[in-house]
Design a protein around this ligand. Structure first.
Ligand code: NDP
Length: 481
């Protein structure tokens, strides 16, 4: 039984109320650990520790803050195999994916912001011979970071790295479904010599621990990644307290394939875009829009590839599709497949729970599923399913493709496939989407602004945008003589 602890004031501690919640391994369905059931009391202790640490950490030279963050990055690299295995066991994702995506990216996040802070500068506005204005960017104070279960350590570090680099102290909460790598990360922070109280990790449920962070008067800003409904709740709680908010929310992303595309590359990529991490990435392409001239050819080749995907034990290196994160989430996704049938859709491939033989027979597996025959307005094409389920729609013209692509409340990411460079520019500009990939998917440069429009979020992460979010700009105007 793996029992984890909060990380408060530089120490691993038990929850104040002594209560724990179960941690289930989603690939076996069995209990394998206990998680502290955090309470507002734990959050108070964490905020108090962070408040005590802030004066010193905010005045620590950037070069020293950088040194500690880069040391943490080095430790992630040193322990990458152990972290990848822990992530796979906690989340159900293939260990091969955790090893090539989640853990290297967590390391990159720490290294990127740990070094970005060395190059961070601010603006000056000079009024000819009258005055000089300069923008003094100060760390905010104690900030809250709340992250989801789909990319646990990857998204957790994506928030805390810029917050710490900019000189803030942090109270963070990982998802209660996947707390293990955040716990292991707290041990690495101790080993790296991060001063006590600079980062505090409080485990527990969103509705208690998470909400206590958002509510706390000692926390000045909240960076949240998760579902749109939770984002709306957080905005409502934070607004009367005038907190700075960054919200990275859900998506229902179009993958748009024109008939002049590089078909082989589009096919290979659409399988990744649709089903990586069991479709549980906010950036996954879940609505595949295909021009009519290649529709039949594209769909039959896609079904052939997807039907051959290996679903099974996440710990085996050749597994392509692991378990969904929980039984409740698996049932939600299966419910959406039923809904698609009721709405008149045809399941072209997959559609069922998979019972994997052997130790994973109690796990939460679903076949990669492709559905067609549904219009753009039905719930299946409007609501985020967040599982290995995609729909296919056909279009004739560029105008129709754009209408379908923009036809949801979401606007996170789009992937566009064409060899016509004029169309690539024209269509990208017209997409209601925070991120557009042309002839690729999930190619990330950490310097670029990251985030969604419409119900996919408010604000941007990444590069200087993240450092701007985690600092308060003050204008100083000095009149010249
Ligand atoms: P949730 O919104 O359910 O949870 C996200 C985090 O918020 C968890 O740590 C959760 O805690 C916590 N939480 C829940 N309720 C509250 C509350 N009232 N106050 C404060 N915190 C709360 O999202 P999921 O974990 O289910 O993640 C999946 C969602 O995340 C999808 O919609 C996906 O699209 C989105 N996402 C968006 C990304 C983006 O960059 N735009 C990237 C990745 C995912 P707990 O789980 O412990 O209850």
């Amino acid at each position: 039984m793996k029992i984890i602890a909060h990380y408060i004031d530089g120490k691993l501690v038990e929850p104040a109320n002594g209560r724990y919640i179960d941690n289930i391994n989603p690939s076996t369905g069995e209990l394998y650990g206990k998680i502290p059931e955090g309470s507002p009391e734990d959050v108070d202790l964490a905020v108090a520790a962070a408040t005590r640490a802030f004066p010193s950490w905010s005045k620590t030279p950037a070069a020293e803050r950088s040194r500690v963050l880069v040391r943490i990055a080095d430790l992630i690299a040193e322990h990458s195999q152990m972290l990848a295995e822990a992530e796979a066991m906690d989340n159900g994702k293939p260990v091969s994916l955790a090893g090539r995506m989640d853990i290297p990216r967590a390391e990159d996040n720490m290294r990127f912001f740990g070094t970005a802070i060395l190059h961070w500068s601010s603006e000056a506005h000079i009024m000819e011979d009258r005055a000089i204005n300069y923008t003094n960017r100060k760390p905010i104070g104690v900030v809250g970071c709340i992250s989801p279960w789909n990319l646990p350590l990857y998204l957790f570090t994506w928030k805390i790295a810029p917050a710490l680099a900019a000189g803030n102290c942090v109270v963070a909460k990982p998802s209660e479904l996947t707390p293990m790598t955040a716990f292991l990360f707290s041990k690495l922070c101790i080993e790296a010599g991060l001063p006590a109280g600079v980062l505090n990790i409080v485990h527990g449920l969103g509705t208690t621990t998470g909400e206590a962070i958002v509510n706390h008067t000692g926390i000045k800003a909240v960076s949240f990644t998760g579902g749109t409904a939770t984002g709306s709740r957080i905005a409502a709680v934070a607004a009367p307290r005038f907190k700075k908010l960054s919200l990275e929310l859900g998506g229902k992303n179009p993958f748009i394939v024109f008939d002049d595309c590089d078909l082989d590359k589009a096919l290979k990529t659409v399988v990744r875009a649709a089903f990586t991490n069991q479709g549980q990435i906010c950036l996954c392409g879940s609505r595949i829009l295909i021009q009519s001239g290649i529709y039949d050819r594209f769909v039959s080749a896609l079904i052939e590839k997807v039907s051959a995907m290996k679903v099974g034990d996440p710990m085996l290196q050749d597994t392509q599709t692991g378990a969904l994160v929980s039984e409740a989430h698996m049932n939600k996704v299966l419910g959406y497949i039923d809904l698609a049938r009721q709405e008149g859709g045809t399941v072209r491939c997959g559609g069922k729970r998979v019972i994997v033989e052997g130790p994973c027979s109690g796990g939460f597996f679903i076949e990669p599923t492709i559905i067609d025959g549904l219009g753009p307005d039905c719930r299946t094409n409007q609501e985020e399913i967040f599982g290995p389920v995609v729909t296919l729609q056909s279009f004739e013209t560029e105008t129709e493709a754009l209408r379908l692509a923009n036809a949801t409340q979401y606007g996170l990411a789009a992937s566009l496939w064409t060899t016509d460079v004029n169309r690539a520019h024209r269509f990208s500009a017209a997409l209601e989407s925070g991120i557009v990939w042309v002839n690729t998917w999930l190619l990330r440069d950490l310097r670029t602004p990251f985030g969604g429009v419409k119900h996919s979020g408010v604000g941007r992460e990444g590069g200087w945008e993240a450092l701007r979010f985690f600092t308060e700009p003050q204008n100083v105007c000095i009149e010249i003589g």
